[in-house]
Design a protein around this ligand. Sequence first.
Ligand code: SAH
Length: 215
Amino acid sequence: MTDAPSPDLIKLIMELRGQGVTDARVLDALERVPRAAFVSEAQRSQAYENKPLPIGLGQTISQPFIVGLMTHALKLGERMKVLEIGTGSGYQAAVLAKLSLRVYTMERHRDLMREAELRFKKLGLSNIVTAHGDGYLGWPEQAPFDRIIVTAAAPELPDRLIDQLKIGGILVCPVGPAGATQVLLRVTKQDAGKEVENLGFVAFVPMLQGVARDG
Ligand code: SAH
């Protein structure tokens, strides 16, 4: 699947650039990940529209603009170790994998995780490691991380995840109640304390406690 990007994808990339996603490396990564491979057959015709799409079990693949915004906000470097909470379809993880050394991604629904694993394999994304588990606990065995991205809305900043960041590391996380407006926060961990920036309003599915019972 190393075909040239489809015209629909090129059009989407131009739209994202117009919306302010101007980082060339982020745009290049978005261009190199076929979003169509991360949605079901039924959604495929809409894969390159700039909107979230259902992926089953009440979850969604994020809007491409939001994926671009969050990826940019992380300020990734190619030697970095990244933790993602909320694998979902695997699309965001695939974009991160193009811009970093290794991506550790956690999902509480086993079925979604399995489907994402198959996609990573098909696309030859060998620098993504998956785990079925509760993202609130993070991945202590692999900590500390350079970057952490949470792709579900937490009711408040998840301190356990901040504990698993290196000093100078960045966490990007939507914070706020389910079904209401949330804010996208960027936390930069410092020697003592942390800097918190508000990157704007977003709408994510909630980050839930524990693994899903279907798993
Ligand atoms: N990053 C995904 C979008 C994910 S939607 C993509 O690119 O497609 C949010 C995901 O977070 C859902 O799949 C949901 O099951 C998962 N999730 C919610 N709470 C979680 C938790 N505590 N631990 C792990 N995953 C969680």
